[in-house]
Design a binder for this molecule. Structure first.
Ligand SMILES: Nc1ncnc2c1ncn2[C@@H]1O[C@H](COP(=O)(O)OP(=O)(O)O)[C@@H](O)[C@H]1O
Ligand SMILES: N[C@@H](CCOP(=O)(O)O)C(=O)O
Length: 354
């Protein structure tokens, strides 16, 4: 039996303003995975891979990612979900062609798209029929902050949190990633507890566009998390909470108020600490205001950086060129993209099943 389907996963911008590890927007820049399963056509060739999966790959990351299915982050994720549901390999004759428009290590959620794509791939291959909510549980076993994953899976502008875990659930979830993705021979990985993440979608005015200025260097999320403190002062936490409450409603207003949104986009929980990794960040987030750049609503670090996200209603070109100029003076070259929220989130489209 031959089968073909396509998975599309939107990129994300996480940590919007004061929403560190909480807020994210799905963006219309995609990781696309074309899957063909045909034992007659690719059966013999697929046996070259230890788990029967031929991977070809084009676009962002093509010269970086491994092509063996138990080494590639996307297929490792799929193998984890298959394994804990009693399926040991991909079906004989599995061929996947990845087309990736999401740059790696830039704070646009590439790891989140790979994890979401991998979980949806396993769900489709195994015919498990898991809901997106259940798929999120598997994602959260691998990527442990919910903001980017939830935005990519569910789409739109989302807020999310992780529920409190019992001691035994916590032991299941907080394991070294290798135990989950590459268990030793004879050992198995643990299944995901249910309902790990909870989310809501906020209304965001359709007038708001997302200008992403993407510096041409990578900052891994692990490194960018390592510079954060392990505790914060009450003042700083309250500073962010106050703004978070205002921002989530202010972006949905019919008459957008740039001064309100701009001040509600300030953060004290991650940006101040990540400046050491991103030359120019400090200047960019203090110098750009709605007064000197009409149309700008707010500016922040996207995800763990180094990408800068500007929410704006007009003058996109001017805003982007001026941010790029600040980075250029620090010898950092940037690209930029005008993006829109991806409201639908991740999709799986069955093309043919014979
Ligand atoms: N399409 C992909 N296929 C395989 N692995 C990927 C893919 N996209 C991202 N990754 C993995 O995720 C890493 C980047 O993740 P991370 O440091 O969290 O940055 P980002 O901000 O882009 O999410 C890459 O180095 C790679 O290991
Ligand atoms: N809240 C996380 C978000 C990471 O997003 P990414 O796009 O950099 O993967 C963090 O700030 O560490």
């Amino acid at each position: 039996m031959a089968r073909e389907f396509v998975i599309r996963v939107p990129a994300s911008s996480a940590n919007i303003g004061p929403g560190f590890d909480v807020l994210g927007i799905g963006l219309n820049l995609y990781l696309t995975i074309n899957v063909k399963i045909d034992a007659e056509q690719f059966g013999e060739e697929s046996k070259k891979d230890p788990f029967n999966c031929l991977i070809s790959y084009e676009g962002e990351g093509a010269d970086e990612v491994p092509f063996q299915s138990d080494k590639n982050f996307l297929t490792q994720t799929a193998l984890y979900v298959l394994r804990v549901n009693s399926v040991r390999t991909f079906p004989l004759g599995t061929r996947i062609l990845v087309h990736n428009d999401v740059p790696l290590g830039r704070g646009l959620g590439s790891s989140g798209t790979a994890v979401v794509g991998g979980v949806l791939l396993a769900n489709a291959i195994g015919g498990f029929g898991f809901s997106k909510q259940r798929c999120l549980d598997y994602c959260l076993m691998i990527e442990r902050h919910p903001d980017n994953i939830t935005a990519s899976m569910m789409g739109g502008f989302v807020g999310s949190f992780l529920r409190d875990l019992s001691k035994s659930e916590s032991e299941r979830v907080h394991q070294p990633l290798e135990n989950i993705l590459s268990p030793k021979k004879g050992e198995t990985s643990t299944d995901a507890p249910s309902n790990l993440g909870t989310h809501v979608k906020y209304h965001m005015s359709e007038k708001i566009k997302c200008v992403a200025i993407i510096p041409q260097f990578e900052v891994s999320t692990n490194k960018s998390r390592s510079v954060l403190p392990s505790s914060y002062s009450r003042e700083d936490i309250v500073f962010n909470l106050q703004r978070l409450a205002v921002l989530t409603s202010a972006v949905g207003a019919e008459n957008l108020d740039p001064a309100l949104i701009y001040s509600a986009m300030q953060d004290r929980l991650h940006q101040p600490y990540r400046k050491v990794l991103i030359p120019g960040l400090s200047e960019v987030i203090t110098k750009f205001t709605p007064e000197n750049h009409p149309g700008l609503l707010g500016i922040c670090l996207s995800g763990a950086g180094p990408t800068i996200l500007c929410l704006a209603t007009k003058n996109f070109n001017q805003i982007a060129s001026d941010v790029i100029e600040i980075f250029r003076k620090k010898n950092v070259i940037c690209k930029w993209r005008l993006l829109e929220p991806a409201y639908e989130g991740a999709t799986v489209e069955e093309i043919s099943k014979l």
